[in-house]
Design a protein around this ligand. Structure first.
Ligand SMILES: CC(C)=CCC/C(C)=C/CC/C(C)=C/CC/C(C)=C/[C@@H]1[C@@H](COP(=O)(O)OP(=O)(O)O)[C@]1(C)CC/C=C(\C)CC/C=C(\C)CCC=C(C)C
Ligand SMILES: [Mn+2]
Length: 378
């Protein structure tokens, strides 16, 4: 099975690229040779796309690299050349502030983190804040002033915090986290690359291009989180497959986010949908800007929602390979976020003018459901 949780080096998301109605079929014949290039896998941010048949293959090379790092427990994040300057109460305050930011900006994720062990929760908060600040550079109030040079400066700051030279208290919390957990710098760099892409690109010709974007801005979060969540010591799954599941959860979340925000993005002149699939469904860019819910649109949306659910299913299999203490929170946040897809259906696919919304009651109900699923197994 492609992307099997127990698989060794298997093609990753083949099935996500294949859905009969839109001709998403793809072959990733090169995936098998990746085992031999584990150590020298090119980084996505600097990869030469022509080396690969698709962006999906390129992303998979990063998954393999991250997995190999975990396996060898030697993390290529640079040597800490100074100790993290904050300690004791100041460090506790820094983490607490990170928690407050997470609670303010992302109630769903915050809820998930409350189910984690205190140490892991703090680390995830620090990662969350860095991701949120990175996203705010291109999505926040000052977005129109952000240039590639500003992103270069943000990346330099990232290098510094990974070397134990944080600029502020949020960075200091992350410096502490990366000193405690084997978190690699590459997914962080790739997220910045995603922001660079967002500055210059507002159309995606096919799903492969969209997949790369989803990896950059959300799949990376999965790769950053696994070292903190931890893999169950008795897991029989390959490390690659667990990272692959984490990547799938990020991609699933981002696809959901995109499907929820079609109207909002169109009003900013952006279309995060595969243009070739739109055309095959008989839809044009103008149809997106017109924002009319037609049968063509409903059919197109059904295919997109189906694909997002396949990514969630793939992710959920990997959740059972995480440390038992991490399963419930991750499963809870997965169940919570995937309900946005149900809400889009309940809105009769009107994601142009109606925001898909999950009620508080439904969100709360997901917690015991996730708990039961996490403790009883699949
Ligand atoms: C418990 C848990 C899920 C922890 C992860 C928390 C974390 C570090 C989140 C960071 C999210 C973030 C700020 C990313 C920056 C880019 C971005 C905004 C991406 C979108 C998130 C949704 O946020 P929102 O709805 O607020 O978006 P708007 O900008 O407002 O439109 C994303 C859709 C990405 C979210 C991706 C994840 C949370 C990845 C989850 C994967 C794991 C935790 C790995 C789990 C492990 C296995 C094996 C499955
Ligand atoms: Mn955003």
């Amino acid at each position: 099975m492609s992307g099997s949780v127990l698989g060794l080096v298997s093609p990753v998301h083949a099935k996500f690229f294949s859905a009969p109605s839109y001709g998403w079929g793809r072959r990733r014949s090169k995936c098998r040779i990746y085992s031999s290039i584990l150590v020298s896998a090119t980084l996505v941010a600097t990869a030469e796309p022509s080396t690969y048949d698709s962006y999906e293959e390129m992303v998979y090379a990063v998954v393999l690299k991250q997995a190999a790092l975990t396996k060898r427990e030697r993390i290529s994040r640079g040597v800490l050349d100074e100790s993290v300057p904050l300690s004791g109460d100041l460090l506790s305050d820094a983490y607490e502030r990170c928690g407050e930011v997470c609670a303010e900006y992302a109630k769903t994720f915050y809820l998930g983190t409350l189910l984690m062990t205190p140490e892991r929760r703090k680390a995830i908060w620090a990662i969350y804040v860095w991701c949120r600040r990175t996203d705010e550079l291109v999505d926040g109030p000052n977005a129109s002033y952000i240039t590639p040079t500003a992103l270069d400066r943000w990346e330099k700051r990232l290098d510094d915090l990974f070397s134990g030279r944080p600029y502020d208290m949020y960075d200091a919390a992350l410096s502490d986290t990366i000193a405690k957990y084997p978190v690699d710098i590459q997914p962080f760099k790739d997220m910045i690359e995603g922001m660079r892409l967002d500055l210059k690109k507002s159309r995606y010709r096919n799903f492969d291009e969209l997949y790369l974007y989803c990896y950059y801005v959300a799949g990376t979060v999965g790769l950053m989180s696994v070292p903190v969540m931890g893999i169950a010591p008795d897991s029989k799954a390959s490390i690659e497959s667990v990272y692959n599941a984490a990547l799938a959860l990020g991609v699933a979340n981002q696809l959901t986010n995109i499907l929820r925000d079609v109207g909002e993005d169109a009003r900013r002149g952006r279309i995060y949908l595969p243009l070739d699939e739109l055309a095959q469904a008989g839809l044009s860019e103008d149809d997106i800007f017109a924002g009319k819910v037609t049968d063509r649109w409903r059919n197109f949306m059904k295919g997109q929602i189906k694909r997002a659910r396949v990514f969630y299913d793939e992710a959920e299999r990997g959740i059972f390979e995480l440390n038992p203490a991490s399963r419930w929170p991750v499963l809870a946040s997965s169940l919570l976020y995937r309900q946005i897809l149900d809400a889009i259906e309940a809105n009769d696919y009107n994601n142009f003018t109606k925001r898909a919304y999950v009620s508080k009651a439904k969100k709360l109900l997901s917690l015991p459901v996730a708990y039961a699923k996490a403790t009883l197994g699949r």
